[in-house]
Write a protein that binds this ligand. Structure first.
Ligand code: HEC
Ligand code: HEC
Ligand code: HEC
Length: 378
């Protein structure tokens, strides 16, 4: 006798089963007995289901992500700086547990040292960029660019090995909140350091506005006051994109913005010979950069830069940024971001789009090296 499968009968059973599950689920939800209380945690089965979905989603979505070189000190430090202001509140840091209120979350933010060894870099990237829905894990504040997220991943990979002192050194450098209430400004006047600079800017930009010599935190010392104000407003309004600076600027009001901008603009910008760019070793690059800055590249339709970014401070009285003495790595990154239309900026930022579109990569490097080699007062 031939065994015949009665598909019709099976289909009926399946539909009835699904209906019962759907009605049962609806009764649980509508009746209000399904727990949403963080205090009681998840049922084991819910926990399993959520974890399973998370693992599958992370694996699938991170599959094709290409990992850049992450073993780079400046990236690690940049990531550490961001961790200090954007992650530590929930995840703690070496030697510091997060505040008790965080332990009342469901799910609890895990200890980073425990999760990192379980994850591939591209998975960490996906999680940090997109966050995890229905948990407290937030998405990266600025979805436009990935370079900053990679810096955080570079830092996370080092995290499990860090001692408390090593962490402090990476996240804040030599900065101590107790130090420097006044600092030398222009013309030997001592400036009082605004409270906000010590509380929220100095860890990355320094009390002296020198940006920790790494090329990732721009110098603010001697920058144009009007440009600083307009830029902080642009970060606040999500017109300039940075996952690190947008939340920082979002926390301060207009009075504070004016105060810190005034302060940093009054500082000398100091020597500009320290960045990772190694300007001294590339006099040819600087010379080529000088040519571009001064005369532009007529055959490529690139205007000269000095029209808007003069190399001397004297006649300089507009809201455009000074580039003199700024880190070459930072300038080059900004030029690339302009080119990809990912930088954003103040209302005048689109002036730069026409400028960068015809610049080649090596020309961006050269002109950045040239501006870095200039001193503030030249
Ligand atoms: C408001 C609290 C909060 C903040 C701020 C926060 N996280 Fe989380 N994070 C969480 C929670 C909650 C989880 C647990 C999610 C889960 O279990 O699915 C988590 C999970 C993670 C995980 C592990 C995911 C896994 O399953 O392996 C990593 C890695 C992580 N966060 C990194 C970061 C980084 C880096 C930052 C800063 C850019 C950050 N988090 C900021 C709450 C936070
Ligand atoms: C966690 C590190 C960090 C902290 C803290 C921080 N910054 Fe920044 N800042 C950065 C980074 C990184 C950039 C570059 C962002 C970009 O590419 O747009 C930046 C850029 C800037 C710029 C743009 C500079 C330019 O030449 O266009 C200004 C202005 C600025 N920060 C001011 C501040 C002020 C004021 C504070 C304190 C209220 C502060 N920052 C706190 C890391 C930080
Ligand atoms: C027509 C005027 C103009 C010209 C010409 C010009 N720029 Fe700019 N540039 C600007 C403005 C305006 C900004 C500020 C954008 C903002 O406010 O967000 C800027 C910003 C920049 C920045 C970012 C600075 C920072 O601190 O973030 C770099 C780097 C830069 N320009 C390089 C150049 C180079 C190199 C050239 C020449 C090849 C050049 N610019 C030519 C107007 C100009």
């Amino acid at each position: 006798m031939k065994l015949r499968i009665n598909w019709k009968q099976h289909l009926k059973t399946i539909i009835v089963f699904l209906l019962i599950v759907a009605v049962g689920g609806a009764i649980v939800v509508v009746s209000g007995i399904a727990p949403i209380a963080a205090s009681s945690g998840h049922w084991e089965i819910t926990k399993w289901f959520l974890n399973f979905s998370k693992e599958r989603a992370v694996a699938t979505h991170s599959m094709l992500i290409e990992v850049p070189d992450l073993d780079v000190q400046s990236k690690i430090v940049q990531g550490a700086g961001h961790y200090e202001i954007g992650c530590l509140q929930c995840h703690g840091s070496p030697g510091k547990v997060p505040p008790r209120i965080v332990s009342l979350m469901t799910p609890k933010p895990p200890e980073i040292a425990a999760v990192v060894p379980e994850r591939e870099p591209q998975e960490l990237f996906y999680i940090v960029k997109h966050g995890i829905m229905l948990t407290g894990m937030p998405a990266w504040p600025s979805q436009e660019r990935d370079d900053e997220v990679w810096s955080v991943v570079a830092f996370l990979l080092k995290y499990p090995q860090l001692s408390e002192t090593e962490y402090q050194q990476l996240a804040l450098g030599d900065f101590e909140k107790q130090s420097a209430q006044t600092i030398e400004g222009v013309a030997d006047d001592a400036l009082t350091v605004p409270h906000e600079v010590i509380e929220s800017c100095a860890g990355c930009h320094g009390v002296d506005g020198q940006g920790r010599d790494l090329g990732v935190f721009p110098k603010l010392a001697g920058q144009n006051e009007a440009y600083l104000i307009a830029t902080l407003n642009a970060y606040q309004a999500d017109r300039r994109h940075s996952g690190t600076m947008e939340p920082v600027a979002g926390r301060v009001d207009e009075e504070i913005i004016k105060g810190v901008s005034r302060y940093y603009s009054q500082l000398n910008s100091g020597d500009a010979t320290i960045s990772s760019a190694g300007t001294e070793e590339n006099p040819e690059g600087i010379a080529r950069g000088q040519e571009i800055a001064t005369n532009g590249i007529p055959e490529q339709n690139v205007p000269s830069c000095v029209d808007c970014h003069p190399t001397s401070r004297a006649p300089y009285n507009n809201a455009y940024p000074t580039l003199n003495g700024q880190y070459a790595d930072y300038l080059e990154l900004q030029l690339n971001l302009f080119k990809q239309r990912k930088r954003g900026g103040t209302k005048s930022a689109n002036l730069m789009h026409a400028v960068v579109d015809h610049l080649k990569d090596e020309q961006m490097r050269d002109v950045s090296l040239y501006y870095e080699s200039l001193k503030f007062n030249e």
